[in-house]
Design a protein around this ligand. Structure first.
Ligand code: GRF
Length: 231
């Protein structure tokens, strides 16, 4: 885990702010970026929470590696800048990540939320935003990392499945776990039915995790994410 992980980089938002400065003392809502490759239902859940006054945040930019991602369309509808960063325009993964980083910096992003972003981030991005990138994964990590997590869970025969929000490190679905939600698996479950059940939980815990971050209530101790009690 990068050493920078132990502390947060946003003055007034992290554990260094545990002395009283929280997001409520800031004039501006936290600036988010969502990176997504497809459907964008988690992005939509975040937008809905912001518009519904349940999340004090601003979606500064949405970024995709797919020009036709529904996520970009959803962002535009919300009046958010939506940027397609074309993987074919860059010689490799690091160069690509540096281009994404430039977009994030241009929009003064404070927290990056991966939501179905089908690329593994390189150190160029992870280190620049150490402790400030979250991901949502449709399994109870560390079980079933990687692709088709719901199918993996069904094939393994688990009785309980779920979703995880975690901080992103340089591995695949390996970073410190922030929140998890469990759902039951029935004997006659299909991948579609289980995925839908998990997705409903994803939408709740992702918003909740962002809110906790925005309120400066998360800190990483070793591999653990410690959640400070709210006011
Ligand atoms: C979700 O199941 C998420 O957990 C996974 O990719 C899917 C993205 O769905 N990482 P959506 O694009 O947010 O609808």
């Amino acid at each position: 885990m990068p050493s920078g992980f132990a502390r947060w980089g946003i003055p007034g938002r992290g554990p260094s702010a545990a002395t009283g400065l929280g997001v409520n003392s800031r004039a501006e809502p936290i600036r988010l970026a969502v990176l997504a490759s497809g459907r964008g239902s988690n992005l939509q859940a975040i937008i809905d929470a912001i518009e519904g006054g349940r999340l004090d945040a601003r979606l500064a930019v949405a970024v995709s590696d797919r020009a036709d991602a529904q996520a970009l369309e959803r962002a535009r509808k919300h009046g958010t800048k939506a940027v397609f960063v074309d993987p074919k325009a860059y010689p490799g993964r690091e160069a690509y990540d540096r281009a994404v980083l430039a977009v994030l910096e241009e929009h003064r992003v404070e927290l990056v939320c991966l939501a179905g972003f089908m690329r593994i981030l390189t150190a160029a991005l992870v280190r620049a935003f150490a402790g400030r990138i979250m991901n949502i994964h449709p399994a109870l990590l560390p079980a079933f990392p990687g692709l088709h997590a719901q199918r993996q869970a069904l094939e393994h025969g688990v009785k309980v499945a779920g979703a995880t929000v975690h901080f992103v490190d340089e591995g695949v679905d390996t970073g410190p776990i922030i929140l998890q939600a469990a759902v039951p698996v029935s004997d006659d479950d299909t991948e579609e039915a289980l995925s839908a059940r998990i997705l409903a939980e994803e939408h709740k815990i992702y918003v909740q995790a962002i809110r906790l971050f925005a309120e400066g209530r998360l800190s990483i101790v070793g591999r653990r994410v410690v959640i400070r009690e709210g006011p």
